[in-house]
Design a binder for this molecule. Structure first.
Ligand code: FA5
Length: 362
């Protein structure tokens, strides 16, 4: 008899638990129908299905029932949970539909202020690049492009920088471990100068081209150095091209780019693929020109924007032309450095940090 009583009591608690589940479902359905927005839906979910929600509490309590009852109540509670989750989703979709319909049928209020649309605009480096190409375009230079993944031979070898040449230290290089058509070594071009070779190999003088493109250098960044930057290569090869032509072209470029009042410095430099070599610098906009803490010029008063020079005769003849007859000049300029000078930007890294507050100023 004692056994039967226990059994009856357990059955009672089983029935209680099932009734409680049913009551929870009824109450939850009724209150869900009155939830009108996402916040109310979320509050409902926490109250019913959340970690200490009503249904979760029932599921937690089934441990105290005997095995058979546990199964029955567990199944009922799990089924209820699924039903209520489905009901929540359905309610959410119904609300979304209602909102859409309301939007579609709401009368048009023509007195509302319009939604402002911010017009897009070009990145300052892109604008600078276009300015550079325009200036050279007006001087008769055609723009062409070349590969960013380059062969060692074009980036260095044919530019008179053989392996182990100390000048390789001027260009810290990202090397690539793959082969293309069995040709190695490959690298990310460190400058646009390889296009001098590629172009001269295929086009006889007169040549007058500019080559814009991204270049990569494995180096520490600072206010005037990025690991990726854009250059524009300039190449002119013809009969009788002289250093005076180079100087005149660069001066005219600087005048058009920066205005006549900006001071420009042309000084000696060295690159294995030109003879003689020069570099062009523009006066610092960030300090009076003598502040050693200035990140732009470090107290020198100048920011270097390009290397240049007369194309080395060996390069002209290696492409198959008579170097006595044909001479040329070449230059390679940094587009970001020119943009820094043009817009007064004191740190090159801000160009590619993608901070819209910075970019919207241009
Ligand atoms: C060269 O890259 C040569 N190819 C230029 C050249 C071409 C010389 C043709 C002679 C004839 P250089 O490493 O100095 O040279 O770079 C040229 C310009 O690119 C620099 O003046 C600078 O404006 C820009 N530049 C170079 N490295 C960086 C860098 N890490 N970050 C930003 N700009 C750079």
């Amino acid at each position: 008899m004692a056994g039967a009583t226990t059994h009856r009591l357990l059955r009672m608690s089983d029935r209680d638990a099932l009734a409680r589940v049913a009551a929870i479902v009824d109450e939850a359905r009724a209150s869900l129908a009155t939830a009108e927005d996402e916040a109310a839906l979320e509050a409902w979910r926490t109250r019913v299905l959340g970690r200490s929600g009503a249904l979760t509490r029932v599921l937690r309590g089934i441990g105290s029932l005997d095995a058979e009852d546990r199964r029955a109540v567990g199944q009922a509670a799990n089924a209820a949970k699924e039903t209520l989750e489905g009901a929540l989703e359905a309610r959410r979709m119904a609300l979304e539909h209602a909102a859409l319909e309301h939007h579609a049928t709401a009368p048009l209020d023509v007195t509302l202020p319009g939604r402002p649309r911010r017009p897009g605009h070009l990145h300052p480096v892109t604008r600078t690049l276009r300015d550079i190409l325009d200036i050279f375009g007006r001087m008769g230079f055609a723009a062409i492009e070349g590969p960013e993944v380059e062969l060692d031979d074009y980036n260095f070898g044919r530019l008179r920088i053989p392996e182990h040449h100390p000048a390789r230290d001027m260009w810290d290089t990202f090397w690539i471990d793959e082969e293309v058509d069995g040709r190695t070594p490959l690298l990310l071009r460190t400058h646009t100068s390889p296009m001098q070779i590629r172009y001269l190999d295929r086009h006889a003088p007169p040549v007058r081209i500019v080559v814009p493109g991204r270049c990569y250098r494995y180096e520490a960044t600072d206010a005037t150095h990025e690991w990726m930057m854009q250059q524009v290569e300039v190449l002119a090869v013809d009969e009788g091209v002289s250093l005076a032509d180079l100087k005149g072209t660069l001066q005219e470029f600087a005048r058009q780019m920066f205005g006549p009042e900006r001071r420009v410095l042309l000084r000696n430099s060295y690159f294995p693929f030109v003879e003689p070599g020069v570099e062009l610098a523009v006066d610092c906009f960030n300090c009076p020109g003598d502040d050693p803490r200035c990140p732009v010029c470090r107290g020198s008063g100048w920011l270097e924007i390009m290397g240049a020079g007369m194309v080395h005769p060996e390069i002209v003849s290696a492409s198959g032309y008579d170097a006595e007859r044909y001479t040329g000049f070449a230059a390679g300029m940094g587009v970001e450095r020119i943009a820094m000078l043009k817009y007064g930007v004191e740190d090159i890294r801000t160009f590619y940090a993608n901070d819209l507050r910075f970019l919207r100023q241009f």
